[in-house]
Design a protein around this ligand. Structure first.
Ligand code: RB5
Length: 152
């Protein structure tokens, strides 16, 4: 399942992505299914978005703000979430293969080609975590999450 959410700066791109997902018959849950609100903050969508990702096996989220940076910083505060800004096709592949990302972030004000964005989402979905040395690194991230303040 794809979970999707955006702040006001990602509103337009979110709707463009949703239109493409519908065309392809791909299921999604929009956690920000309301009218554009220029007062909303990207931080506010994180709770619902990540709760869905963590509770639905095999799911991932598409999270959008103006740059893809604020939303990725906020998502990464949640234990078990690995979010990154996806700014090209190689990154789309590597963020799954190396980092096992479960949140792929976009900058709604940075993207001007919806087909290119959809290609990145497609590459991300078709890629798999490579494990091995990358798994070791993710374990170290889990240690940071769990033992920060202790001697890690
Ligand atoms: C909102 O105007 C904008 O600052 C936000 O969407 C995001 O780009 C922050 O990182």
């Amino acid at each position: 399942m794809i979970i999707i959410g955006a702040d006001h700066a990602g509103f337009k791109l979110k709707h463009e992505i949703i239109a493409k997902l519908k065309e392809k018959g791909i299921e999604y849950i929009d956690v920000t299914d309301y009218a554009q609100n220029d007062e909303d903050d990207y931080v506010d969508i994180v709770k619902n978005l990540t709760k869905e990702v963590l509770s639905k096996t095999g799911s991932f989220a598409i999270a959008i703000c103006g740059t893809g940076i604020g939303i990725s910083i906020a998502c990464n505060k949640i234990k078990g979430i690995r979010a990154g800004a996806c700014y090209n096709k190689e990154v789309a592949k590597k963020m799954k293969e190396d980092n096992d990302c479960n949140v792929i972030c976009f900058g709604g004000r940075q993207e001007n080609d919806i087909n290119e964005v959809m290609e990145r989402i497609d590459i991300f979905m078709k890629s798999s975590f490579k494990g091995e040395r990358h798994a070791r690194r993710l374990c170290k991230i889990t240690d940071l999450e769990e033992k920060f303040g202790e001697d890690v």
